[in-house]
Design a binder for this molecule. Sequence first.
Ligand SMILES: *Cc1c(COP(=O)(O)O)cnc(C)c1O
Length: 382
Amino acid sequence: MEFIDLKKQYALIEKSVRKRISAVLEHANFIMGPEVKELEEKLSRYVGTRHCLTCASGTDALLLALMAKNVGPGDAIFTTPFSFIATAEVITLLGATPVFVDIDERTYNIDPIQLEATIESLSKGHVPSPGTPSNLKPRGIIPVDLFGLPADYDAINNIAHKYGLFVLEDAAQSFGAEYKGGKACSLAEIAAASFFPAKPLGCYGDGGALFIDDDSLFEILSSLRVHGKGADKYDNVRIGINGRLDTLQAAILLEKMEIFPGEIEKRQRIASRYIDGLRNIIQTPIIPSGYSSAWAQFTVSTERRTDLLNRLKEKNIPTAVYYPKPLHLQTAFGFLHYGKGSLPVSEKASQEVFSLPMSPYLEEKDQDSVIETISGCFIKKG
Ligand SMILES: *Cc1c(COP(=O)(O)O)cnc(C)c1O
């Protein structure tokens, strides 16, 4: 059993993917070839935004969005500590300061009530940790759609509007999810997706995309993606990066998009099956009404995590812990001096969650053995 089964998927699409790859090898436009534009049109149509701009990774997507918003020293960006390092790393790379806000214990996403309280307290001069500089200017919010479940965008966008902040949706895990009728990647002013192979829509290397409605911000992002180009590539009007998506990866993603909607339905069925089999035994994911998850991960929670992980390992069932250490306690953010206990819900989650094998191609018999093994851990011996 694989944790995420990419080989079964490849077996299904091998012919069409090879054909797409051959076409690129023959036309030889490896940088910004026609597949890139074709993909951007396909993705923006799927998500429902005016524009899509592909780029080299999900991390670059987040970075480009913050660069387009002129984020820099003295700026505070509010985000969740229960995420992958990239979410907060890009803030620090630009000289700005991440301000961590604890999560909702049910959804693992940033808690809008604590978000507003943190913004209020920062504007009254209270820093959230001893290493956070004073007099930061609140600029933006990066909610993360963790494990594929969108954050609470109605609440978050209202708060952003009230305090004049931008919202950047970190949709690295949620491409294909929905919130109140809208698709993930269309839920905030700007969204960043990742096409890292293990994400719901993955390529065969690194890749990412930005989604946006605003025309002028889209122009700025397009320029930033190619070294801050102006009218042509040897006319540079701002400092940018080399952040393009390879034509080959675009070609692969075009074929993967053909089967993607069906894969989301399969993930949905597999997740429901897990929930039916496990909900009386262990804490299963909570999907509030009006939300749907892209099921990047199927994550359960228990105080007996070590025990269960050992038992699953004995049965050769692969598992993963996302994330064993919240960002505010990572060595890389040691300079902010957040203490243990400062963001207790995230800290508790990092001690108790783990993720089960999940992919559109997980077989029922394998899923049954996962469910049986977990059930077995809760049956009293003797
Ligand atoms: C994967 C991921 C990223 C980074 O994406 P890459 O494509 O690997 O750069 C950012 N944020 C979250 C929440 C992620 O899961």
